[in-house]
Design a protein around this ligand. Sequence first.
Ligand SMILES: O=C(O)C(=O)C[C@]1(C(=O)O)C=C[C@@H](O)C=C1
Length: 291
Amino acid sequence: MSATPRVASLPKGTFSDEAARYFFRDRDVQHVYHKLISDVFRATEHGDSDWSVIPIENTIDGSVSLHTDWLVHEVDLPIRAEWVYPAVQNLVGLRGELSGESGDWHPDNITKVLSHPVAMAQCYEFLRATLPHAELETLSSTSEAIRTVSENPGKGWAAIGTRTAAAEYGLDVLQESVTDHDNNYTRFLLVGNREYENPKATTHKTSILITLPDDYPGALHQVLSAFAWRRINLSKIESRPTKKKLGVYYFFIDILMSMDSVLLPAAIAEIEAIGCQVRVLGSYPSLPYVE
Ligand SMILES: O=C(O)C(=O)C[C@]1(C(=O)O)C=C[C@@H](O)C=C1
């Protein structure tokens, strides 16, 4: 009998944990938690887990560059699936401690707000308008922030994070949905050496990394035209430093097509023929959001 597959993510009650549960809904997997995202990556790189769940992009804060760089420079793990999740951030704390006589929490009673830096960035307007006097502290995840608040009663601390973590650590949701924009979506990747299939997927994507040849005028233009004349749709193109030399970049490109199609391998062959290096980071299903 084969062992239960393992999936690594940030701790219980984080958005990453919620995404991991979505990827493996109705499936028998063991969820393994790590405090740091670097350990989430390493768990699968070292073979202790079969997959890792990584937040890669957010509608408000943009790409999580650190995580993109890890995928490219630190580990060699194929992308197996993606899921875009409407993350709802909540202000969480002990209502009793933060309330006045009316029984409602009062902003003046909150001295400090803790959260993950990306979650904090999604709520800056709310924090500036409602809690301008509160100190802000960033931690390794939203659930770590909620746990820290639960372990420090009486100090006027609150956190930003999930409803699940608030329940897990016995805190109250003081205010629901404190994100500055309604369309706060986070894109999560499932990466790992083990195959993953999901019949619910509606679209397939391929992510590639392109390094342009030195001193080749118009190289990026030629790369883009290899996709354009085949009418291949791109959903993202981003340049990141190669970390080797100042001013030298690679291009991270997401394509709305599977590598199984005839067109995409032909476009990649054409791009390689002009001297570009192409690394396929994964060809994978994109899962729809279903409650
Ligand atoms: O701390 C968490 O809950 C995470 O899963 C991390 C993370 C991120 O790194 O982007 C994921 C999504 C949220 O929007 C904020 C934080």
